[in-house]
Write a protein that binds this ligand. Structure first.
Ligand SMILES: Cc1cc2nc3c(=O)[nH]c(=O)nc-3n(C[C@H](O)[C@H](O)[C@H](O)COP(=O)(O)OP(=O)(O)OC[C@H]3O[C@@H](n4cnc5c(N)ncnc54)[C@H](O)[C@@H]3O)c2cc1C
Length: 472
């Protein structure tokens, strides 16, 4: 068996692993890294994404720190008009390949093992090629980095959790582009962003809303894309932060928090008559939201248990299957709800969210902290992990962890400087916009509310509050 040595063995070359490695080697000039992935190229789940997917957030803050994704263009036409561009899956895959080939490998400190499974445990680390079968033993001098902890489950590679009778046509959204003739109707199954994208894509392709039935087990709070704009439009993101912090100061539960943000125009729901209990950070434009509201045939009978030829059996009832229906499976979990564990442990790093959303920003933050700090207790203090449980009832706890981490890191000059200049930070560069009235009003609101918000959140989640710092 071949044997190699490295400082860090990173398992997973998705957005998390790539953003971590890029930030680590920039912060620690001596670190040597081996990345392993069972896929042939970096990019993770994007390699199997449905073809009409786009990033949910602007490309400007996605990817790795050292290389821009896209051209930081504000679209002037089409459905994304007025907003920063959002990359397609093809663009993201090409980008991560470029990062590997033009940034990481040329550093001379990063090696990539594609088409290899990581197998091993605390004592031994083995990479097994899925093509040749060759095994490589890896001696890890510093740490194993688990960049699979937040691996996304997506429709094209998951197995639906319901039974499908013979003859019923169930496809992942990926297969819609291969249809050769129109279906009598489309039943979209799932409540998340993939289902929202699929419904909107069908209508954009000319399918009338009354030919779409949407089996939506839960309703979710969504975020208005207007408030997630960086760079020249960073004032909008600062307003989101200001509204978020004010709501955190004034709310006693997640539902109250969501209603405050809805009143501010930051949160929205597809059906104003239904109280959502879900929140997974989905981002929609007003146009997308209004389009989804045109679908009136919404089935709210819980999850699907079985699709038979004549009926769909759900948790709380049945509906007719309908002849010639194409069922579109959008039930994959996306980002998993995992229990948090310390990010830094003696021989491993487990990449998790340390910011509220924005996976690459979180992974890069962990990479920078690993490169810039020595003591694990200090690193963990600066990088408390948070979980998106998918429930709005947990949003205040999530806010407490995310805001505390941001505040603690902002009190450390080197980390604050790293964050201010990081392209992955959606508030990066805000200091250059202090002349804008909405930036000033957002900063004033943040200054007034951050202390009360941290105290209120600490009281609600039963911990002591961190001294308020900057969230920008
Ligand atoms: C459609 C969609 C859109 C999204 N949009 C955004 C967005 O705009 N912004 C945002 O922040 N987040 C977004 N997300 C969340 C998403 O989870 C992250 O952006 C990110 O792409 C996840 O990257 P990851 O590296 O954590 O996981 P993955 O992309 O799943 O990568 C994990 C990798 O680990 C590899 N692997 C797993 N086990 C092993 C093993 N034993 N051996 C070898 N390799 C292994 C896998 O092959 C995979 O390549 C989106 C998610 C989806 C599904």
């Amino acid at each position: 068996m071949r044997e190699i040595e490295t400082d860090y063995l990173v398992v997973g070359a998705g957005a998390s692993g790539m953003a971590f490695v890029d930030a680590l080697i920039a912060a620690d000039a001596n670190a040597d890294v081996v990345i392993v992935d069972r896929r042939h190229r970096p990019g993770g789940h994007w390699l199997d994404a449905y073809p009409f997917v786009r990033l949910h957030q602007p490309s400007a803050n996605y990817g790795v720190n050292q290389r821009v994704l896209g051209t930081d263009r504000i679209d002037d036409s089409g459905p994304n008009a007025g907003f920063y561009e959002r990359a397609t899956a093809t663009e993201i895959i090409s980008y991560f390949s470029d990062v590997l080939d033009a940034v990481l490998v040329p550093s001379g400190r990063v090696r990539f093992f594609g088409m290899c499974d990581y197998r091993g445990g605390p004592e031994e680390h083995r990479l097994v090629s899925r093509v040749s079968g060759e095994e490589t033993a890896v001696r890890v001098r510093r740490r194993l980095v688990d960049a699979t902890y937040l691996s996304s489950s997506i429709p094209s590679t998951h197995t639906p959790g319901f039974d499908i009778d013979p003859g019923v046509r169930v496809v992942p959204p990926n297969d819609l582009v291969n249809l050769s003739e129109a279906a009598a109707g489309y039943t979209v199954v799932g409540a998340g962003k993939t289902a929202m994208d699929t419904c909107n894509w069908l209508m954009d392709e000319g399918v009338a809303p009354d030919r779409i039935r949407w089996i939506r087990p839960r309703d979710a709070w969504v975020q208005d894309r207007t408030y997630l704009q960086p760079l020249e439009l960073v004032g909008s993101y600062l307003q989101l932060q200001a509204h978020w912090v004010q709501a955190a100061a004034e709310s006693s539960d997640g539902s109250g928090f969501a209603h405050r943000l809805e009143a501010a125009g930051v949160f929205a729901r597809i059906d104003p008559g239904v109280e959502p209990d879900a929140y997974r950070g989905a981002i929609l434009s007003t146009r997308e939201l209004e389009s989804l509201r045109r679908i009136e045939n919404v089935v709210r009978l819980g999850r699907v248990n079985r699709i038979a030829s004549d009926q769909v059996l759900l948790e709380r009832g049945t509906v007719r299957s309908g002849a010639g229906q194409v069922f579109v499976d959008c039930t994959a979990a996306g980002t998993p709800t995992t229990a948090t564990r310390p990010v830094f442990e003696a021989d491993r790093i487990t990449l998790q969210l340390v910011t509220i959303g924005f996976t690459p920003w979180s992974a890069a933050t962990v990479g920078a902290v690993e490169g810039l700090r020595e003591d694990d207790a200090d690193k963990n203090r600066l990088c408390s992990p948070l979980t998106f449980s998918g429930r709005i009832s947990d949003v205040l706890e999530l806010s407490h962890v995310g805001m505390s981490g941001l505040s603690l890191r902002s009190a450390e000059p080197d980390l604050a400087a790293w964050n201010e200049t990081s392209r992955l930070n959606p508030a990066g560069g805000a200091a250059a916009h202090l002349g804008e009235p909405r930036v000033l009003s957002a900063l004033e609101s943040l200054a007034a509310n951050i202390g009360p918000a941290m105290s209120n959140l600490a009281r609600l989640v039963g911990t002591t509050s961190e001294p308020p710092g900057s969230l920008v």
